[in-house]
Ligand binder design. Structure first.
Ligand SMILES: Cc1cc2nc3c(=O)[nH]c(=O)nc-3n(C[C@H](O)[C@H](O)[C@H](O)COP(=O)(O)OP(=O)(O)OC[C@H]3O[C@@H](n4cnc5c(N)ncnc54)[C@H](O)[C@@H]3O)c2cc1C
Length: 509
């Protein structure tokens, strides 16, 4: 049977990202239609405002203008995540920090890791191997008004307003890729004798039939989880946070905008602080096994300096884990319907984008193609999820904080996967190499691990430096320092560039 009618259920970020990926990939074939069903009664989750650099490639491939995106979604540039107090305060000082930067480390020459391990010259790892550390600390934008759209002098992603982003993606999918937008609530899912989905029952439009179904219904996972009964695999042993209090904090028009996500650790989790052009999005993430909701609220009040605007906090319980498989018969899940870990490192939109693009690249033409593609998709996505769990866990396992049960529990050996344990053992002897990462499905790679490991002072045996390496590294280091100084002169202030983009726009591609 040829697959002609494809439906995405769910109109949050995941649904509309999928609509663009699939709409674009299938637009060459007039016989195939893509529809998106969205419930008028169930709102999207409304959080998810931090992204990673891959999103630039995605938006550009959808034909969305970066200027329009920045103007309509209250966008700011994100060049790093600045981790504050993730290390023991007594040992490393109050407000100790490091950056997980988006620019490649050592990009102007010799890898400076071995040099830093031997001669850090009082510099933090990120500051020695990347000019972006200094740019972030000086509130610089990653580019100038004359830099073409989606290109950067420094690597970057975005902070964005989730609701406005979904709207922009929706307009693009509908207008550019002819995706049909259906407003209806799915009340039941009908199955065939062989356990595939036959049709959807909706409150407003009755029975709707399609050939292939994409479940983007959020935590509810109405299709893959509820109807097809694919089990949910909890990851609460590895990742301990399970709740968030979220709030939007108004800001002034001329307030400075940090070009990074601020991630401040506390006794039972961490706080994200994301500045958009007109407000901050703040989220207090915690383990409710280690901190009561009341205490979390008090701590968030304290973080917001007494909450002078008397803002109310929204509690979001987080379902930590993922489906046992992500594609079953004629149904694929994406976004929160596929799973969720926690907001650290903004892995959710990244995994959704990755999965939707992977699906679109090899979309089944007929039902006969499904078993092969289903197996491949499940294998790749399963691997990607496991490695993302490792990377998120790395933050907690590298910390030397022991000031609460939360941090002690996070270090227990049975909460860390064998793969991560083996890698950490290896990196005690040798610093990470590109070859330690086997596939392109790692999602987080060598550069991400370098910033984390050495931002958090991981102890690696000192490498022996040859005279030749040392000379090259010295030259590279001196050169990079001069570039950092030049960039601090040349790059505009973050807010200043955003204001200019609003007024004049960036150069089109
Ligand atoms: C606290 C928190 C912080 C987060 N922060 C980040 C971050 O910084 N970066 C990041 O990448 N991700 C983050 N995420 C994840 C991010 O929010 C999601 O990846 C993103 O919003 C996509 O959600 P979704 O589209 O899968 O689900 P939702 O936004 O929940 O959308 C579900 C959609 O399904 C529809 N629907 C549901 N049931 C039915 C039905 N029966 N019939 C018809 N339609 C239905 C709803 O109408 C809605 O349109 C965060 C998540 C949480 C919980």
């Amino acid at each position: 049977m040829t697959i002609k009618k494809v439906v995405i259920v769910g109109g949050g970020t995941a649904g509309w990202l999928a609509a663009n990926h699939l709409g674009k990939a299938l637009s060459y074939n007039d016989e195939v239609t893509v529809s998106l069903i969205e419930s008028p009664d169930i709102p999207p989750i409304g959080v998810g405002e931090g992204t990673v650099p891959q999103i630039r490639k995605t938006l550009s491939s959808f034909g969305i203008s970066e200027t329009e995106f920045i103007r309509t979604c209250d966008v700011t540039f994100k060049q790093s995540i600045k981790f504050v107090n993730w290390m023991d305060k007594k040992e490393h000082g109050e407000n100790n920090f490091f950056h997980h930067l988006f620019d490649m480390p050592s990009k102007f020459g010799e890898d400076l890791t071995a040099y830093w391990l031997n001669h850090n010259k009082g510099k933090m790892y990120g500051d020695m191997v990347s000019v972006q550390h200094s740019a972030c600390e000086h509130n610089k934008a990653p580019k100038s008004i004359t830099t073409p759209e989606y290109e950067g002098t420094l690597g970057y992603a975005y902070h964005l307003n989730a609701a406005k982003f979904a709207k922009l993606l929706a307009e693009n999918a509908i207008n550019k890729f002819s995706v049909e937008h259906v407003k209806a609530t799915v009340t039941d899912v009908l199955l065939t004798d062989n356990g595939s989905i036959e049709a959807l029952m909706t409150k407003e439009l009755g029975k709707l039939e399609y050939d292939f179904y994409i479940d983007c219904t959020g935590f509810e996972s109405v299709l893959l989880g509820k109807a097809l009964k694919v089990p949910f695999v909890e990851k609460t042993t590895e990742l301990l946070v399970n709740s968030a209090l979220v709030v939007q904090v108004p800001t002034q028009e001329d307030d400075e905008i940090p070009p990074y996500t601020l991630a401040t650790a506390h006794q039972a989790g961490w706080i994200w602080d994301i500045a958009l052009t007109n407000r901050r999005g703040v989220g207090f993430v915690y383990s409710d096994n280690h901190m009561s909701d009341e205490e979390a609220k008090r701590k968030l009040d304290h973080y917001l300096e007494g909450n002078p605007f008397k803002l109310t906090y929204r509690k979001i319980p987080m379902k930590v884990g993922h489906r046992e498989k992500f594609w079953h018969k004629n149904c694929v899940s994406l976004g929160l319907a596929q799973g969720f870990l926690e907001p650290l490192e903004a892995t959710s939109i990244l995994l959704t984008d990755f999965a939707a693009s992977f699906l679109a690249d090899r979309f089944p033409k007929s039902a006969e193609n499904i078993p092969l593609l289903e197996k491949r998709f499940n294998h790749v996505m399963g691997y990607a999820w496991e490695r993302v769990i490792d990377f998120v866990k790395l933050h907690y396992s590298l910390s030397d904080r022991e000031d609460s049960q939360f941090w002690l529990d996070n270090k227990k050996k049975d909460t860390i996967s064998d793969t991560l344990t083996a890698r950490l053992d290896l990196w005690q002897q040798f610093s990470p190499q590109k070859e330690d990462f086997f596939t392109k499905f790692e999602v987080f790679d060598y550069d991400n691990y370098l910033y984390l490991l050495y931002g958090m002072n991981y102890k690696t045996d000192l490498p022996v430096l040859t005279a030749n390496y040392y000379k090259k590294a010295e030259e590279h280091f001196t050169y990079a320092q001069s570039i950092a100084e030049q960039l601090n002169q040349r790059l505009p202030n973050h807010r200043e560039l955003l204001n200019k983009i609003k007024k004049y726009g960036l150069q089109g591609v």
